[in-house]
Structures are given as structure tokens and as C-alpha cells.
Design a protein around this ligand. Structure first.
Ligand SMILES: Nc1nc2c(ncn2[C@@H]2O[C@H](COP(=O)(O)OP(=O)(O)OP(=O)(O)O)[C@@H](O)[C@H]2O)c(=O)[nH]1
Ligand SMILES: [Mg+2]
Length: 372
């Protein structure tokens, strides 16, 4: 039996990167003008990125995102976002058992396909199917199978909790937010700032994406919505200088939290990773242990591509936590499982919409409940 699904694994691997057989939109479908750049990213070439900026961002406008996307509770919104994955994992698993009672080899193969279709990834799927196969005798119906899957998925999240915060948070706490262009860095900073100000913290945002004026403008709008301060220089200023000034100002003002927005692409000459390292160094010049966190933002709709981005950023910068955005809509929730299991970096937040309160602290137990 194991041989059967190992044989199929090769086939699945050939399928997976393109993400097309499982109905997921490709990058080209979502951002036609950006596909070549993302390709470049995969090949390690983030540098040659002079693609046009999406118009809405350029204008720094677009629809008002300050309002919550719905009045529903957090769990309901998460469930809504994961509807697509839940269909695969629930009704399709029910179908597996139609007319059959015990889990046989053929069903295990079908389960493997289902899991891969939900973006769980080949490696993680193999681990899950192997775990299910071991317990096959006890699985006498779809509910029992779902229960085993829930337990096994939860196990994959174990040991991935973020390091315990020291009793007294560093002041200012400096958080650098990184990621390729368009993943949702600036939006996430707006949401994080709003969360922190709602908790009574003072927040200063550093506009260290100086690549284009619209980026600074977009961040200024978010800082206003969130009730945070902003430090900005002119377009094309040195991002490291903006970060340095921000930490300096935060120290002088007694600010609680500094959030540093960074570019996802730069002019062709400049190496993004080198620039980000420079920002990191400039922050440490002011405050020894800073940045206290480097959050990498990943777009869930890019599927397995997010994994390769994370590897590149982690190798260059050392990422302390992940934010997975756009889990609402087209994304498949399985990518969360795949990323957590594949990277061993804690997933801190998930983005479930464009509104200011559409950021949730990632809670594995709640996530698994919403998945089935
Ligand atoms: N549906 C949805 N959209 C999101 C989410 N997070 C961000 N977005 C949208 O994604 C688009 C890009 O977001 P930005 O925050 O500008 O992304 P960025 O990483 O700062 O982009 P660059 O500055 O160009 O590198 C915007 O239209 C956001 O509204 C999310 O959780 N769900
Ligand atoms: Mg941005």
C-alpha cells in the first residue's frame, strides 16, 4: 500500500508547483503583470524587479479598508475564509467512504490526493497519510478519519509556539516586517498598529519602503487609521536611515512599539536582501537587541511558492515569525499546515481580509476546528 502512494507521490510532485490541477489560481491569473517577477524570486533573482506598480497602490487610494470586512466574529470569519478547504476535507472525505466502511489502500490514495489538493504539500501529506495508515484499523467511517486528521495536524503545530515574551516587553519593541511585493506588508503593519493602539500602546511606524512615494502615502493613511505616529523621509531616501531615525525617535519619546515597513522590491541595482540587512544593522546601532522580531509576510494565495520565499528570507535574515495573509477568498487553508511543518518557524498572525481588524493571532486549535 505504502508503495502505491509513494509511486503516486512522484506524479503529485510534478503536479504541485504549478498548482493548477487543484483549481488554485496561478500568480499569472491573479497579478498578470507580476508573474515574471515572482518567477525571478523563485530563481533567487529578486533584484531585477522593475515591474509596474499596481495602479490602486500607486494612487495610494482604493476602497476604504478601515472598516471591518464583516461584523461576524473572528471564528466565523476564519471559517468563511477556509470554506474551500473545508469542502475538500469534509464532504470529499464523506464521499471517500460512500458505500465502504473500512479504510483501504485505494481510499488512502484518494485521501492523499485530497490533501494535496488543499495545498497541504507533498511532504506533509505523506506524513499525514502515513499516520492515518497506521491507525487505519480503528478508522471505521468519515468522522473517525477526520478526528485522526485533526489530531495529526495539531501535532504538526506542536513545538512551533513563538518564544515566550520576556515578562517586561522591550521598550521600544522593534518589529521589522519583510516580504516580496504585494504580499500585504503595509496592510499588516496597519492592522498590527491598530491592534497595539487598541491595547493602549503607543506605536510609531517607520516608512522604510522608500521605493516609491505612493508606498509612503499608503502607510501614512494606515498610521492615521490606527492612531499611530509615522516617521517618513522623501521618496528614494535611504531606508536604513528612516529605520535608524524611527528607533531614535521612539527611544526619545518613550514609544512602546516600532513597526518598520520595508520594500518588497527595489531598483534593479540594489540587492533587496542586502538592503534589509542594512536596515537591521542600522536599527541595532541605536538599540542593541533590536529588531526584536523580523516578521515575514507570505501571501496564502501563492500556495507552495510561499514556502520557497520563506526559505530565501530566512536564510538571509533569520525570520522570527510568519504572517500569512489573504486566507480569505481563494486561498486554500492547507498551506498553513504545509508552511508550519515545512519551515519550523512560528506562524504568528493570519490575515483574513483587507479591513483593519482582519488580522488574527494564529491559534492552531481554532484553526484546525475551522478546517473541518
Ligand atoms: N483579501 C485580502 N487582501 C489582503 C490581505 N492583506 C493584504 N491584502 C491586500 O493585498 C494588496 C497588497 O497589500 P499591501 O499591504 O500593499 O502589500 P505590500 O506587501 O505592502 O506590497 P508592496 O509595498 O508593493 O511590496 C492590497 O490590495 C491589500 O488590501 C488579506 O488578508 N486579505
Ligand atoms: Mg507596502
Amino acid at each position: 500500500m505504502a508503495l502505491n502512494w509513494l509511486k503516486k507521490k512522484k506524479k503529485a510532485e510534478d503536479k504541485e508547483p504549478a498548482n493548477r490541477e487543484n483549481g488554485a489560481p496561478t500568480t499569472a491569473e491573479q497579478y498578470p503583470e507580476e508573474d515574471s517577477g515572482r518567477q525571478g524570486m523563485q530563481e533567487g533573482g529578486i533584484l531585477n524587479d522593475d515591474r509596474p506598480v499596481r495602479q490602486e497602490q500607486q494612487a495610494g487610494k482604493g476602497k476604504d479598508r478601515s472598516r471591518p470586512s464583516s461584523r461576524k466574529g473572528l471564528f466565523a470569519r476564519l471559517k468563511q475564509g477556509l470554506a474551500k478547504t473545508r469542502k475538500i476535507l469534509t464532504s470529499d472525505i464523506d464521499d471517500l467512504f460512500r458505500g465502504r466502511r473500512a479504510l483501504d489502500d485505494e481510499m488512502l490514495e484518494q485521501l492523499e490526493e485530497l490533501l494535496i489538493t488543499s495545498d497541504i504539500g507533498v511532504r506533509t501529506t505523506m506524513e499525514l497519510v502515513a499516520a492515518v495508515a497506521k491507525k487505519a484499523r480503528k478508522i471505521d467511517g468519515p468522522e473517525a478519519l477526520k478526528q485522526v486528521l485533526k489530531e495529526e495536524i495539531l501535532k504538526l503545530f506542536e513545538g512551533l509556539e513563538p518564544e515566550k515574551q520576556p515578562a517586561a516587553a522591550p521598550k521600544p519593541e522593534v518589529v521589522m516586517v519583510v516580504g516580496v511585493n504585494g504580499v500585504g506588508k503595509t496592510t499588516t503593519i496597519g492592522k498590527l498598529a491598530a491592534k497595539a493602539t487598541a491595547e493602549g500602546k503607543s506605536v510609531l511606524i517607520a516608512a522604510a519602503d522608500t521605493f516609491r512615494a505612493a508606498a509612503i502615502e499608503q502607510l501614512a493613511i494606515w498610521s492615521q487609521r490606527a492612531g499611530a505616529e509615522i516617521i517618513k523621509h522623501r521618496e528614494n531616501a535611504d531606508p536604513a536611515a528612516v529605520a535608524f531615525d524611527s528607533v531614535h525617535a521612539a527611544m526619545a519619546r518613550g514609544t512602546d512599539l516600532v513597526l518598520i515597513d520595508t520594500a518588497g522590491r527595489l531598483h534593479t541595482r540594489v540587492n533587496l536582501m542586502e538592503e534589509l540587512k542594512k536596515i537591521r544593522r542600522s536599527v541595532a546601532k541605536n538599540l542593541e537587541d533590536a529588531p526584536h522580531q523580523i516578521l515575514l509576510v507570505l501571501d496564502a494565495t501563492t500556495g507552495q511558492n510561499a514556502l520557497s520565499q520563506a526559505k530565501i528570507f530566512n536564510e538571509a535574515l533569520g525570520v522570527s515569525g510568519l504572517v500569512l495573509t489573504k486566507l480569505d477568498g481563494t486561498a486554500k487553508g492547507g498551506i498553513v499546515v504545509s508552511i508550519c511543518n515545512g519551515l519550523k518557524i512560528p506562524l504568528r498572525y493570519i490575515g483574513v481580509g483587507e479591513g483593519i481588524d482582519d488580522l488574527q493571532v494564529f491559534d492552531p486549535a481554532r484553526f484546525v476546528e475551522a478546517l473541518f
